[in-house]
Design a protein around this ligand. Sequence first.
Ligand code: FMN
Length: 204
Amino acid sequence: MATKLDDQSLDQLYCAARTRNAWTEQPVTEQQLRELYDLLKFGPTSGNCCPARFVWVRSAEGKHRLAALAAPTNAPKILAAPVTVIVGYDLAFAEQLPKLFPARGKDMQAHYSDPLVAQTTAFRNGSLQGAYLIIAARALGLDCGPMSGFNNEAMDSEFFCQHTHQIQFHLLRRLRIKRKHFPAQPEAGVRGSRTLCLKEQQNE
Ligand SMILES: Cc1cc2nc3c(=O)[nH]c(=O)nc-3n(C[C@H](O)[C@H](O)[C@H](O)COP(=O)(O)O)c2cc1C
């Protein structure tokens, strides 16, 4: 039976955690990123559909491509972050349902053949998976700085639409790790920090 986490763990995940605007020099390793993915993937999604797709951007070239499509205030943060994760979602997620949800996945595919249902489901559950990523990162001692200030259409085209499977992805938001943060939020109090990184590959 599960037990309540201690106060230190709750602080690290929620109460003392802050959104970061700058980073430590500490690198984020590929092993840490794999550990991160292997945690976040357990977060629940409807019918275990897991529609989120993650692009891990670590190279200088990738960061520059990404920063060029970001809001001016966000671009320097992307260039400075050891890793930026683009969180997108796959509108063709239902193709994977027989594998991801053996009990009823095949039967549920017809339900998602309606584009509106598929889009709503992918957006909702992809957003959840982005949140699972943040909390999983915190659990591993890494910080995140979520950002939605970017050109969504251009990001889709630059990072997703050229996918060889011709699956249509839509960008949701991107995440990165950093150390500085904004002044304390109302009733937030003082909080802690750390770092995260990335890699240009998709986990499918
Ligand atoms: C979906 C989302 C989009 C955000 N977009 C941006 C952004 O474009 N630029 C930025 O500097 N911060 C962005 N933030 C950071 C928020 O302002 C920050 O998480 C919020 O103020 C809470 O801060 P705290 O975690 O330090 O309490 C975003 C956060 C979320 C969750």
